[in-house]
Design a protein around this ligand. Structure first.
Ligand SMILES: NC(=O)c1ccc[n+]([C@@H]2O[C@H](COP(=O)([O-])OP(=O)(O)OC[C@H]3O[C@@H](n4cnc5c(N)ncnc54)[C@H](OP(=O)(O)O)[C@@H]3O)[C@@H](O)[C@H]2O)c1
Length: 245
């Protein structure tokens, strides 16, 4: 039984990954802010850890206190947010900071908090939920794309630092996944348009891949996998749905 820490476990992709590890008999700590969702996960037997990961100033200290010396075997750096799509010239400065801290800085800090223990143990597996937006240009999502590109660069370089110590690193390069990600920034009609015409990847599909990758023998590191709807073109319709500015 592995100890698994999943950030952004209260919803969407992270929740599906957390539940998949839990169903496979592992001990899962679920991190998020949504108290109702955390209580629901707690009732299922997961350990709920309520934290605002966007508040990066004291993140390392709070995480260290929460985990004590309990270094997870698996870390899934999944928490993330997207600001309202739109032209960068019109972007709110607060949204820039929120995306950088929530999508990038916190994942680096959470990783920093657990890797010394994994290195000492000589084993571990760290996943990052990246995005196809980090690997191809997307209009109206410049900062989101930048955070995901940086996350991918961090993951691939981190793999080189950790590979001598038996710690695996996997970047999940996700295309369109039907989740609540855009619920606060697009109208229901815009969200429906975003998923129309495609059969979106479901959070459970991503979780199934994560479980398969993790189940590979310890000498195999799947350093990245891309998971896209079969019908998704390389350039997504995110901008078309939300980029009206
Ligand atoms: N959906 C897609 O099409 C897609 C495609 C590529 C990549 N991704 C990435 O997949 C990851 C998961 O997104 P999703 O699609 O599953 O969306 P989601 O359902 O909105 O999930 C986002 C998760 O991140 C957590 N989170 C956000 N801000 C947080 C904060 N400040 N502190 C703690 N937790 C925070 C949320 O928890 P609380 O609400 O409880 O805080 C929630 O559990 C994100 O990194 C996203 O960028 C998504």
């Amino acid at each position: 039984m592995a100890q698994v820490l999943v950030t952004g476990a209260t919803s969407g992709i992270g929740q599906a990954i957390a539940l998949a590890f839990h169903s496979a008999g592992h001990q899962v700590t679920a991190v998020g802010r949504d108290a109702v969702a955390l209580a629901r996960l707690g009732a299922l037997g997961l350990t709920a850890l309520r934290m605002d990961l966007g508040d990066v100033a004291e993140l390392t200290d709070r995480l260290a206190a929460a985990l004590a010396d309990d270094v997870p075997d698996v870390l899934v750096n999944n928490a993330g947010m997207v600001a309202a799509p739109g032209n960068f010239c019109d972007m709110d400065e607060g949204d820039i900071h929120r995306q950088v801290s929530t999508n990038l800085t916190q994942a680096i800090l959470v990783t920093r908090a657990v890797v010394p223990g994994m290195r000492a143990r000589g084993a571990g597996h760290i996943f990052f939920t990246g995005s196809i937006a980090g690997h191809t240009p997307y209009p109206n999502m410049a900062v989101y794309a930048a955070t995901k590109a940086a996350l991918g660069g961090f993951a691939q370089s981190l793999r080189l630092d950790l590979s001598p110590h038996g710690v695996r690193v996997t970047e999940i390069v996700a295309g369109r996944v039907e989740s609540p990600l855009y619920k606060d920034v697009l109208t229901p009609d815009e969200r429906a348009a975003m998923y129309a015409g495609q059969t979106a990847v479901q959070p459970e599909d991503v979780a199934a891949m994560v479980m398969a990758v993790h189940a590979m023998p310890a000498h195999v590191n799947v350093s990245r996998f891309d998971i896209l709807p079969t019908r998704q073109p390389v350039m997504a319709q995110v901008a078309a749905a939300g980029g009206k500015k």
